[in-house]
Ligand binder design. Sequence first.
Ligand SMILES: [Fe+2]
Ligand SMILES: [Fe+2]
Length: 161
Amino acid sequence: MIGKKMEELINTQINAEMYSAYLYLSMSSWCSQHTWNGFAHWLRLQAQEELTHAMKFYDYLNERGGIVTLPAIDAPKAEWRDVLELFKEVYAHEQKVTGMINAMMAEAIKQKDYAAEIMLQWFVSEQVEEEANASEIVVKLEKIGPSAGGLFQIDHQLEKR
Ligand SMILES: [Fe+2]
Ligand SMILES: [Fe+2]
């Protein structure tokens, strides 16, 4: 059995992970349009990862006898000024998701929902990695500034992800 509050939080999180996938797909498409194939590749893989996150929550909720509700997924934006602005938004988005995961963990602890705590531990670690990856790209982009050569180099590096 699962508490109503935890069920609600997990349903919200399934939607948020799906939205993350939508957002990164939209970003990937923008990068493709601007022939940043490495950035596009990185974001496309990131979108796929977000879908696996959604499915982890989905499977967990079903396993625990909860009811999965699937509200509409918001449309993400589709235009960015440049890759720096775009990746700053990736980083900000991951920080927001970390906040949501932390709030769920706080609720699990409060409810003494040990099963949820163990499931959420994986996401706490995952968010450390997600934030580190996004922040590293932002720092690199800030370092090279408007140098086209530097941008091409980072784009090429990310193609190997
Ligand atoms: Fe995620
Ligand atoms: Fe993420």
